[in-house]
Design a protein around this ligand. Structure first.
Ligand SMILES: Cc1ncc(COP(=O)(O)O)c(C=O)c1O
Length: 404
């Protein structure tokens, strides 16, 4: 058989359409610069250009880059030679880390995993097991308008992004998204069929929205009454980001579970579900599992990081700097006329801008500053928690310049 001869560049040239996909799957559109090192609150590309980092690897690098304490914790963890043993055997670092989290929260037990989405998927399973212990039909999961809970099948179903969902339908059944009003929640939270409601106390990807504490209190009352597990997704807003170790501490509400991840192990992948004794007592060997979750190496590093993030002086600094920074962002809004609204708390801030956020993010990068978007017209600022007032000032000046 003779194949037709194709001429490059001619009408029948399909090379663009059939070009080999990139070695790293194209799930992200990345700018061409290559990041090669980091120090403090700065990242550096291959040309040596410095970027003031108000993205923190999407809320992961809470202690900044090249932190001596993390480096020391990594060295110490290597001494044992135990990178991994599996969850079939006991190891001390995970036990100490779980104890620390229990001692510093409402929780009585912790399940370790490797990412945020995995933590939410685990929490949904635990909630369903708890729901089924009450009634066989109590399996539904409710999330809120604007929510982002991850990219796996159940966490994606709970994520309010139709465009992320559409190509992958059908998603996990029994998950619904409800408006952020007590009337809608009251109507949706059927005691017979709903096992859990999941809420980000501060919505991150959905536009940096602090959920009203009054709404959370009413939601807590409803969920108590109907025996529905209240899950707080603190994957982005937890571990000091809002100025307390956990965001729930400032809401006046104690949930039944919280999910955490991002900054937990200083950049190594780790997530966790913290839960009440009532939920934990329903979970038996074999109900859930993970090969890597809570392994000795990552747990040793996490123990160091979480202890640092729990230090009262650091949390006070986040609250003080956050309050000041929020005021300064309002000044930027006034001076540029390019900002519609400023929202946030601690070191988690969003700004609605009058142009597509992607353009501002790109101009900021050119100007040597990393920021994020959270929706089409919202900028998201998540500097490392260790950032100084002067570094925040530098960021504000650059941001104002970029917005003008
Ligand atoms: C609130 C929230 N939940 C869940 C996730 C998913 O976490 P991961 O990307 O580690 O799966 C994210 C990630 O951005 C998040 O911000």
């Amino acid at each position: 058989m003779t194949l037709p001869v194709m001429q490059i560049g001619a009408d029948n040239d399909v090379s663009a359409a059939t070009a080999a996909p990139p070695p790293i799957l194209g799930t992200y559109k990345r700018p061409p610069v290559e990041m090669v090192r980091g120090n403090g609150v700065y990242l550096y590309d291959e040309t040596g250009k410095a970027y003031l980092d108000f993205a923190s690897g999407i809320a992961v690098n809470a202690l900044g880059y090249n932190d001596a304490g993390i480096a020391g914790a990594i060295k110490d963890a290597l001494q044992t030679g135990l990178l991994h043993t599996s969850n079939l055997y006991r190891t001390r670092p995970g036990e100490e880390l779980a104890q620390f989290l229990v001692d510093n929260s409402f929780a009585s037990s912790v399940f370790f995993c490797n990412s945020g989405a995995e933590a939410n998927e685990g929490a949904f399973k635990f909630a369903r097991k708890f729901g089924r212990s009450i009634s066989p039909e109590k399996t539904g999961i409710v999330s809120l308008r604007g929510a982002f809970h991850g990219r796996l099948f159940a966490s994606l179903a709970a994520t309010d992004r139709p465009a992320y969902q559409a190509p992958f339908l059908p998603l996990t059944p029994g998950v619904s998204i409800v408006e952020r009003t007590i009337e809608d929640l009251d109507a949706a939270l059927d005691a017979r069929t709903v096992a859990a409601v999941i809420v980000e106390p501060v919505q991150g990807e959905g536009g940096v929205r602090v959920i009203d504490h009054g709404l959370l209190a009413e939601l807590r009352a409803l969920t108590h009454e109907r025996r529905i597990a209240l899950i707080f997704d603190e994957i982005q807003c937890g571990f000091g980001r809002t100025g307390t170790l956990f965001a729930y501490e400032q809401t006046g509400v104690v949930p039944d579970m919280i999910t955490v991840a991002k900054p937990m192990a200083g950049g190594l992948p780790m997530g966790a579900v913290l839960m009440s004794a009532e939920i934990a007592s329903e979970i038996k060997p074999g109900d859930h599992g993970t090969t890597f979750g809570g392994g000795p190496f990552v747990a040793s590093v996490a123990l160091h990081v979480v202890k640092r993030l729990a230090e009262p002086a650091l949390l006070q600094q986040v609250r003080d700097n956050g309050e000041w920074f929020g005021e300064e962002l309002l000044t930027v809004k006034r001076r540029t006329g390019r900002v519609r609204a400023v929202r946030g708390m601690g070191l988690m801030w969003g700004m609605d801008v009058v142009e597509p956020a992607a353009g501002v993010v790109a101009r900021a990068m050119d100007a040597g500053m990393l920021i994020l978007s959270a929706g089409e017209y919202t900028l998201r600022l998540l500097p490392p928690l260790v950032i100084t007032r002067n570094e925040l000032r530098e960021g504000l000046a650059r941001l104002e310049e970029v917005l003008k």
